[in-house]
Design a protein around this ligand. Structure first.
Ligand SMILES: [Zn+2]
Length: 341
């Protein structure tokens, strides 16, 4: 296949367009991008692959055999790819100018598409999964020296998408979820505010805490490493449209974390429907509940979370501080609504 071959151009434009679309899909576009590449590779495997060509089932041999097939079919030159074993994984490097997907890759970065997904590595993940039945993760760096350096390594757990659709049901971490407009949430709040304003803060915190616990337990099974688990949970805050959450700092030994959230949906509700409380105060108690639950599960101890500043009071963002529940407050009681005075 020549560089200016229109088939290659179409292939790159197609990938670019899929990447652009996936970037707009709620709920983890990278996951769906991977699924598309896996699905495409599976068709190739069905047509061209035969396990009997393998002398052994080492990842390096499987990958080399797969590249040789693509070479035989004139898609690439297998000799351009350097493969090297690294522990249980594989290092893959190729001159960037030799990659058939380079136009997609370069333009995706130029256009600021954040998925950073290498299609060639994706196809190798798919063939490794097909032959070995194991899941591999990948990462890639496009270096200044004109080479792409990729890594393939066994995934510790099968990666699952947190938000899924099963038939007509939407699910978050395997539990039924619903998607409704902000107005529904605002109406609930306004109703509670009218009839029982004194419970509002506690109700919101508790709702966040309870629902945050089940999600955090599920994600922790998939991602046991604490920081990775927390990042995933914060991504879910973004995926679900609750705000743009960002981890500022985390200390595992001290079991503390600082989280910022931009454009909290609770601030948006207050801006549109009026303040919930008579005196100005921080208002993102549902998010506070989520974060307290996430960190209680991750740190395996009771964690409370305070909102230190809130965008609804003129700050540039909401900032949350999570820390262990002081012993004098724990005393066997449920801590969820507690605030440190
Ligand atoms: Zn806030």
């Amino acid at each position: 296949m020549k560089d200016n071959d229109i088939t290659r151009k179409i292939m790159n434009y197609y990938c670019l367009s899929v990447c652009k679309t996936m970037n707009q899909v709620p709920f983890s576009g990278r996951h769906w991008m991977e699924q598309i590449v896996f699905g495409t590779t599976q068709y190739l495997i069905d047509k061209y692959w035969d396990n009997s060509i393998l002398a052994s089932k080492k990842p390096i041999e499987i990958s080399r055999a797969f590249l040789n097939i693509l070479d035989r079919e004139n898609l690439l030159h297998a000799a351009d790819y350097r493969l090297e074993e690294s522990g249980n994984g594989l290092l893959v490097s190729v001159p960037t100018s030799k990659c058939v997907y380079r136009e997609y890759s370069l333009r995706a970065r130029e256009e600021g598409l954040p998925l950073n997904y290498c299609i060639r590595l994706g196809t190798l993940q798919a063939i490794l999964h097909h032959v070995l039945g194991e899941n591999y993760s990948s990462s890639v760096e496009v270096a200044e020296n004109g080479f792409c350096y990729g890594k393939l390594f066994p995934a510790t757990r099968p990666k699952e998408e947190i938000v899924t659709r099963e038939g007509h049901m939407l699910k978050i971490a395997g539990r039924r979820a619903v998607l409704f407009p902000q107005e529904t949430y605002a109406s609930l709040l306004i109703s509670i505010k009218e009839h029982a304003p004194h419970v509002l803060e506690h109700v919101l915190f508790d709702a966040g805490y309870q629902s945050g616990l089940s999600l955090a337990h599920k994600v922790k099974v998939l991602y046991p490493e604490p920081q990775e688990c927390l990042q995933l949970l914060l991504e879910e805050i973004n995926n679900q449209g609750l705000g743009k959450a960002e981890l500022i700092s985390v200390s595992l030994p001290r079991t503390r974390a600082k989280i910022r959230c931009y454009e909290s949906f609770q601030v948006a509700v207050a801006n549109e429907y009026g303040q919930l409380y008579r005196t100005p105060q921080v208002i993102c108690d549902l998010l506070r509940g989520f974060f307290a639950a996430y960190l209680s599960v991750i740190f395996e101890k009771e964690i409370i979370c305070e909102e230190m500043v809130c965008q609804s009071m003129g700050a540039d963002y909401c900032e949350f501080l999570a820390l262990p529940l002081p012993k004098k407050l724990s005393g066997g009681r449920k801590p969820r609504g507690q605030k440190i005075k």
